[in-house]
Design a protein around this ligand. Sequence first.
Ligand code: UDP
Length: 407
Amino acid sequence: MHVLEDYRKIVGTDVIGEIHKKAGNLYNTNILHINSTYQGGGVAEILSSLVPLMNDIGIDTGWRILHGNPDFFTITKKFHNALQGEPIHFTERKKRLYYQANGDFSTYTHIDHDCVIIHDPQPLPLIRFYRKRQPWIWRCHVDLSNPDQKLWEFLTDFILRYDKVVLSNVNYKKMDLPVDQTIIYPAIDPLSSKNIEIPEKDALRCLKKFGVKADKPLVTQISRFDKWKDPEGVIKVFRLVKKEVDCRLVLCGNMATDDPEGSKIYRKLLKRGNDLIESGDLILITDPSSSNSFFINALQRISAVIVQKSTKEGFGLTVTEAMWKGKPVVASNIGGIPLQITDGESGFLLPPHGIDGFADRITKLLQDPDLAERIGNRAREKVLKKFLITRMLGDYLGLLSEMLENR
Ligand code: UDP
């Protein structure tokens, strides 16, 4: 685990000094984060870096995981999709199971902290099971711009009890929700095993060990196997790129424990990309390799181009991670991605449902390494300024100071 000083060589003295100053308002406080998985997905990634740093600077901070059975996660996955605009068959049974799992968890989860931060919709109803003695924050990492209305109505009952809602993008703010809403951009940890600098020879050795041949340029998408990440679309794009440049596609996706749809999508990809898999031009990677952070780090570093062809994307940490490694990213102009990439400057942005544009930009980058390098350098600069964990830690400290001002 890292301490804050370790980041000084990356972000500079002023940033670190500023964080310690902000932490001064929060000594003797006890903060609790709750989400629904330790592994897989962006939220777990953020919490595993943020929680140790908050403790390091003198704020007692815990992290608990909501336990649910497979039915619960199937339902909350449907809720997740419906919050992002997909229709849902919304039944009393689903509501009951969702509510009940939170109730059960509350029986053995005692909360006497000064502030509670609930991440995403899975543990949202928890607030109903406690006598509120402190501010509760709902930190929603999902794109809320077009939620299913019935579901939104149902969840609003819980959200209204919160003291603050934190979103990843100003476009996700809900005008009809009378709860204070604020924005905190997500961030990555430059010292985690996923992002730390590694020598090229170690990265190559790691890829070899996991069966990824790097004898041709690699075009890579790293994302949960999820329809919103459009891995099938990436295969279509790759078929066009392959006509122009000899390269290889790597689709790497883990199965988060709170995401039951992954294996279905994975089987579909095996079918759709069967010919490419047989010729060795498509490599599909899933657990356990995909859950190995060092492997993800190596794969991002060795890839020539990173793709993120999502049709919905709350923020897109995979984009941030690749940009930090100086990689050109070709991505959908959707959700949090345009906050990170300026088209033509620090990456390329395209309409999410197209194929030709993606293929064109990837081909250009593969054919012109100078262009790829220029774009990659600017991408890294952008992440240094705006999307590292130290900036996010500072934002949380500001928010908590505000919430606990009259403590
Ligand atoms: N990730 C991983 N292995 C995979 C796929 C994803 O470790 O096979 C990680 C990825 O590196 C990133 C996070 O999971 O840190 C995904 O976050 P993102 O915001 O891109 O998407 P989410 O899964 O939260 O929708």
